[in-house]
Design a protein. Structure first.
Length: 236
């Protein structure tokens, strides 16, 4: 589970620049810091380690994991402190021998779950690796954030012209990219699953978790917005 890129993916090379260009990183970092960081932290779907490195001054140890070997190799190549480590791992199949004070899954990484069952696998794994009273912080798309016309844009990332189209197809988002690096554009399409309030509540058993939900517009609760940002606290 995770961002599954095709071989020689252009998007994989530009992913961090794409996410930074979207302007969401500052909001997500503020959300993460709304509960002070401490202790041992796990950053799931870390990409090239942007949030992993941002967290490092506040924690004793942090591990960033991602399904993409290219992303992890890039993260390792960027200077970082000795208590920061990176590893290739599928967050739906967590295999770790320690527990964490905080677990992160930022930049809508949970929307890359193929199904509600896989999302449940992720939550179960997080629960098993989170200390009692520990926090799981993540963000997900609001399933109604798009109107029927979708969204499109064009621009330049690291010298490469691109076109981007976001469309909703039933319970999925379809992301279409055209990259103009050569005589003919490179087409890439990725899908993300959408989870409504009922679906999210179904995977967080209220006897095990307490949830704090806020929209990217600052409105508390499962209200209309572009993204829900959620702190899930393990009760026991």
């Amino acid at each position: 589970m995770g961002r599954v890129f095709k071989e020689n993916s252009v998007l994989e090379r530009f992913y961090e620049a794409w996410m930074n260009d979207s302007g969401t990183s500052d909001d997500l970092w503020s959300f993460i810091q709304s509960i002070p960081l401490k202790g041992n932290v796990l950053d799931c779907g870390c990409g090239s380690g942007t949030f992993t490195r941002l967290c490092s001054p506040y924690v004793s140890k942090i591990l960033g994991i991602d399904l993409s070997l290219v992303m992890i190799e890039k993260a390792k190549s960027i200077p970082h402190e000795a208590h920061v480590n990176f590893q290739v791992m599928d967050m739906s199949k967590l295999q770790l021998n320690e527990t964490y004070d905080r677990i992160l899954a930022m930049n809508d990484v949970l929307n890359f779950c193929d199904s509600l069952e896989q999302l449940q696998d992720v939550v179960n794994g997080v629960y098993s690796n989170l200390k009692p009273n520990g926090i799981f912080s993540f963000d997900v798309h609001h399933p109604q954030r798009l109107d029927e016309d979708g969204y499109s844009e064009s621009g330049v990332l690291e010298g490469c012209d691109y076109e981007y189209i976001l469309e909703k197809e039933e319970d999925k988002f379809r992301h279409t990219f055209l990259w103009y690096e050569a005589d003919y554009p490179t087409l890439e399409v990725i899908f993300q699953s959408l989870f409504d309030e009922q679906a999210l509540l179904s995977v967080f058993d209220d006897s095990l978790w307490s949830l704090e939900v806020v929209g990217d517009n600052g409105v508390v609760g499962f209200k209309p917005c572009e993204k829900w940002m959620i702190h899930a606290r393990r009760k026991v």
